[in-house]
Design a protein around this ligand. Structure first.
Ligand code: ADE
Length: 235
């Protein structure tokens, strides 16, 4: 998979993609991540990328030209263009799975007070990583890239994510323990020491349900996925 990120702050990505599993995925050529400064696409003599809003108001608004040109330059037939914005569809694990099957993602990081509304016309999907406002889409795009990359076949052992929270019926992950079996009186449940894997699987499933009921009852009440209605291709 190829992922192109359009940002005004390329150095924000320096550390994030050069460590741990993402770095290994890049080294193993399972994902190709490219960072573009869309200021480089600006035709303005001062390389400006924003302007004051029509109708007045505070702050500066990202202009169409640099982002339109950057997307035009990078876009192929199989590209999916994503805009990160607090008004996008809320990001969920199911969407991470769907996006991990794409060949090419172009991720636009918004910034400042907002972007010219016409930028939405060149976007396939608008995503928010949660109901709060970040200073820009850079951190949100790291969340996307991390959650998508780990799902690309070969990046991590598939068993590691098959039991992920939010996969099956939106259940949270079951509790896990490691050695010692007794830590200052805090004991590992006997069943996990029994060696009976059928019983262990049943216990884990039961615990997943209990944990979800206790911590995230909302996940059991509704499927929690609203992205389809906002995915222009699915409409
Ligand atoms: N940009 C600013 N806030 C954001 C959010 N919550 N999700 C995605 N992009 C954003």
């Amino acid at each position: 998979m190829r992922i192109d990120i359009l940002t005004l702050f390329p150095s924000m990505f320096d550390g994030v993609f050069s460590e741990s599993i993402i770095k290994r995925a890049i080294d193993n050529k399972l994902v190709d991540i490219n960072i573009y400064n869309f200021r480089d696409y600006s035709k303005d003599p001062h390389h400006s990328v924003d302007d004051t809003p029509y109708g007045g108001g505070a702050g500066m608004v990202l202009t169409c030209q640099p982002i339109f040109d950057a997307v035009n330059d990078l876009k192929k037939d199989n590209s999916k263009v994503i805009l990160l914005t607090p008004s996008g569809v809320t990001y969920k694990q199911k969407l991470a799975y769907d996006l991990s099957k794409e060949k090419h993602l172009i991720i636009i990081c918004g910034h400042y007070e907002g972007f010219d509304e016409r930028i939405r016309t060149i976007v396939d999907l608008e995503i928010s990583i949660g109901d709060y406002v970040l200073t820009g889409g850079e951190i949100a795009s790291c969340v996307l890239v991390d959650s998508i990359t780990r799902l690309i076949p070969g990046v991590i052992n598939e068993e590691s994510h098959i039991n992920d929270s939010f996969n099956d019926n939106y259940l949270l992950d079951y509790p896990t323990y490691t050695k010692p079996a007794d830590y200052n009186g805090l004991k590992v449940p006997d069943i996990l020491l029994s060696g009976d894997h059928k019983k262990i699987d049943k216990w884990r499933y039961q615990k997943s349900i209990e944990k979800t009921k206790e911590l995230r009852p909302d996940l059991l009440e509704k499927d929690g996925d609203n992205y389809e209605v906002c995915n222009k291709e699915e409409k």
